[in-house]
Design a protein around this ligand. Structure first.
Ligand SMILES: Cc1cc2nc3c(=O)[nH]c(=O)nc-3n(C[C@H](O)[C@H](O)[C@H](O)COP(=O)(O)OP(=O)(O)OC[C@H]3O[C@@H](n4cnc5c(N)ncnc54)[C@H](O)[C@@H]3O)c2cc1C
Length: 385
């Protein structure tokens, strides 16, 4: 086994780190115009369309190289919210079009979504359907050559800035796995409205809002992969998200780990650098071990994705390991900075950004349910997300 990324991928990642550290920095307060400006720059670098085939304007990378780009983005860009938004766009909204779209849909939508011109959002979660994502209340009813969408979505990443919404709705209420259908809805379609942007604990650079549908007419040509295939599309996109999106967290963790090592080398107490105290140095080694083991699991899952393996467990485990390691690494980095750790700065930011990672993309409890189900354990009726 060779654990090194190919030379060409490493060079690309170095470029992404340099670009992100130079051009993607921002303040902690969200500014929609600045977000769009940085998005366009990231588009020019091939980041927001990394895994889109080059025939449709993307960078044509496989899942391993895409994970590496996301890791580099997370390392270079101190605004993990921005990296998260780019990843949510690519894996939850754009990859479903790549994998399930018609040629007409792909040629119409993917070039703009890859170049940085357009931003996508993925709407599945609803006030009464979070972990239980098959029980959607949003209805899509066929009316001639359109479907009429009615219902509310919540916690939609990128909604305040999105140009395209990839929406899951029930076409057969109570129809379980085959009851959902995916729709491609352009911003500005009559009947689609976006709520106020939320303030969040972490990922503050990633805009999020609720989305409402009121008799929103979507042409049948904007159904993705036919009626009843929504849950399958959703499950496939979540494998990308639970693998490649979380690579951005690995990059952020490594950046904070590096600066923590610098800090414990430089900060002196009792006449010596604090890194000389065993409890400090052991904490640093524990941080490194957590980061490294989560990273290995994530790249193993990415290789499975690149090989087209039908594996539910690998992405679920990678998601759990990276998110839990990110929270613990954030806590450790704060602790090792003393009072400085709670006064802002990248350790405090990582901790705030890490907490939602245990919830988004299906909570870690639901990932354990998914993995247990794949092992043939647990209730047949257990929630799937
Ligand atoms: C930063 C962020 C970005 C997001 N972006 C998007 C987005 O772009 N699009 C989108 O559609 N959604 C998005 N979400 C929503 C996210 O997918 C949901 O928050 C998540 O699926 C959990 O649903 P919930 O919040 O309703 O929690 P609930 O389902 O109410 O869960 C609450 C608690 O109960 C536990 N629980 C529930 N059911 C079970 C069970 N069967 N077994 C064990 N434990 C259980 C959960 O693990 C959790 O701890 C985002 C969320 C966050 C935090």
């Amino acid at each position: 086994m060779n654990f090194d990324l190919p030379e060409e991928t490493r060079e690309m990642c170095d470029m992404v780190v340099r670009f992100a550290s130079r051009d993607l920095q921002t303040s902690d307060t969200f500014d929609a115009d600045d977000f769009r400006r940085r998005w366009q720059l990231a588009g020019k670098q091939g980041i927001v369309g990394a895994s889109v085939p080059s025939a449709y304007g993307g960078s044509g990378l496989d899942a391993v190289a895409t994970a590496a780009v996301m890791e580099a983005l997370g390392y270079g860009c101190r605004d993990t919210g921005f990296a998260f938004s780019a990843a949510a766009h690519l894996f939850a909204a754009v990859m479903p079009i790549v994998e399930f779209g018609t040629e007409e849909q792909k040629h119409r939508l993917l070039p703009g979504l890859s170049s940085g011109e357009h931003i996508a959002a993925h709407c599945v979660t609803e006030p009464e359907a979070g972990s239980n994502a098959l029980q959607l209340q949003t209805r899509a009813t066929r009316s001639g050559e359109h479907y009429l969408l009615n219902g509310s979505k919540c916690f939609t990443t990128n909604a305040p800035v999105a140009d395209v919404f990839v929406v899951q709705a029930a076409t057969t209420p109570g129809g379980g796995f085959f009851g959902l259908t995916t729709f491609l809805v352009a911003a500005g379609t009559p009947g689609l409205t976006v709520g106020q942007r939320y303030d969040k604990l972490g990922l503050r650079g990633s805009p999020m809002a609720d989305v409402y549908f009121d008799q929103c007419a979507v042409p049948v040509t904007d159904v993705l992969d036919g009626e009843g295939s929504g849950a399958g599309i959703f499950a496939t996109s979540m494998r990308w998200e639970r693998t490649c999106l979380f690579a951005a967290y690995l990059g952020a963790m490594k950046r904070v780990l590096d600066s923590t090592i610098d800090h414990v080398r430089q900060r002196e107490q009792f006449g010596t650098p604090i890194g000389g105290f065993q409890s400090v140095s052991h904490r640093v080694v524990d941080m490194m071990a957590r980061h490294e083991s989560a990273r290995l699991m994530l790249y193993k899952a990415a290789q499975g994705l690149a090989d087209g393996r039908d594996d539910e467990i690998g992405p679920a485990l990678a998601k759990i390991m990276v998110s839990e390691a990110a929270v613990q690494l954030g806590l450790d980095a704060v602790q090792l900075r003393g009072a400085l750790g709670v006064l802002g700065g990248e350790a405090e930011t990582l901790l705030r950004d890490a907490v939602p990672s245990r919830i988004l993309s299906g909570t870690n409890e639901i990932q354990k349910n998914n993995a247990a189900r794949a092992l043939g354990l647990g209730s047949r009726a257990a929630a799937r997300r």
